[in-house]
Ligand binder design. Sequence first.
Ligand code: NAD
Length: 256
Amino acid sequence: MSDPGRLRSKVVMVVGATSGIGRATALRLAAEGAVVVAAGRRTDLGEHLAAGIVADGGQALFVTCDATVEDDVARAVHAAVAEFGRLDGAVNNAGGVLASGPLEAVDAQAWRDELDVNLTSVFHGLKHQLPAIGAAGGGAVVNNASTAGVSAVPGLAAYTAAKHGVVGLTRSAALEWADRGVRVNALVTGNVDTPLYRRLLGASPEQPPSELDAPNPTGRVADPAEIAGLIAYLLSDEATFITGATMAIDGGATAQ
Ligand SMILES: NC(=O)c1ccc[n+]([C@@H]2O[C@H](COP(=O)([O-])OP(=O)(O)OC[C@H]3O[C@@H](n4cnc5c(N)ncnc54)[C@H](O)[C@@H]3O)[C@@H](O)[C@H]2O)c1
């Protein structure tokens, strides 16, 4: 259940906001009263998202941003502060599975690309978001890792290494910023019905969610809105003692 006042007037940046979990998060944060700065590569989708939030009475800005490019991320943080005067929170969500298959067959460039999109993107975010959030008096960041951040499956070595890196980076950032009022947490997300997950399964967009393979104890995929709900909570003032946490939202997958 979204709480329309919980994030009122907090300026929150979502990196990787144009699809799946990022898009659902931008909409949820706006529904809870946040001013949303959506950042991502796909300008048409991003502008459509921001326009939808504004049409519903919210406040939003889209900034075109490739999270693997530090200058782009720095520019997006700068745009948030220039437009709305502050930054109170951020969600680092950009990611994807680029290199799959046996480890010995992973091409060196594909390895670097995978780390860039899933791990270096989060480093870029934290490096520029943390000082801005600190300057606003404190706030919170959520990094979207994965069950691959704490466990492994064969054939996804680069993604797994990158997501384990996101967990370590989250803990480091949390420790460095705890006494300056910025909380940093990571999500161990699993089996969410998004374009990425459907691509991995080879499922079409038309296939009903109930037919999607979901190797977790609940036997079902999550709706992106379920992940967005936890992100909204972690960004809110209800979560003020949670930092450095690696929080599973995976239908019990990592409890096995
Ligand atoms: N869907 C799942 O089951 C699942 C499980 C675990 C973790 N995750 C993680 O959740 C996050 C979101 O994935 P999703 O499932 O919503 O997939 P998605 O493909 O729908 O969304 C990924 C988003 O990241 C953006 N993105 C990718 N590369 C980018 C870049 N270089 N710069 C800026 N934006 C970029 C895409 O444009 C898109 O908006 C990813 O980090 C993914 O690893 C997803």
